[in-house]
Unconditional design. Structure first.
Length: 146
């Protein structure tokens, strides 16, 4: 199954409605939600599980700081690089080139519910993921991640 934004939105909504007790567990829950969402990435990546676990750890560290946004962006950038690397040898992956856009997301008015927040954040992450691509190693045109 390819990327489905609603899978991520549902995972994040559950997390936001009943958050774990500390930053590390919260980060890992984000990583798990992203892994579930991206598990069916096309073209596939053999490093998805490891990339999501690393993402979760990095987000846990980010959430323990007063201003998590820069570290969140760095965590997702590293996630994209790890996912792209796992597309070898069949494809040469190219991670998303720009930040997710968390600063823009969190600058606006606060959402009215965990579901609304989850849907907005999932939309940002989904849009970002789809800017990654993979080029067949044997030649051919790049394919956007889907």
């Amino acid at each position: 199954m390819p990327l489905v934004s609603s899978v991520l939105a549902n995972g994040l909504a559950s997390l936001f409605a009943d958050p774990p007790p500390d930053a590390a567990a919260c980060g890992q829950a984000w990583g798990d939600a992203v892994k579930d969402y991206a598990a069916g990435l096309v073209p596939p990546s053999t490093t998805m599980t490891a990339a999501a676990a690393t993402l979760g750890g990095a987000l846990g560290e980010a959430f323990a700081t007063p201003s998590a946004i820069p570290a969140m962006e760095a965590a997702f950038a590293a996630f994209g690089v790890a996912v792209a690397g796992g597309q070898l040898p069949a494809f040469v992956g190219t991670p998303p080139p720009a930040p997710v856009g968390f600063a823009e997301q969190f600058a606006g008015p606060a959402p009215n519910s965990p579901g609304e927040a989850a849907s907005a954040i999932a939309g940002k992450i989904d849009t970002w993921m789809r800017t990654g691509s993979a080029t067949p190693s044997g030649g051919g045109s790049p394919t956007a991640w889907s």
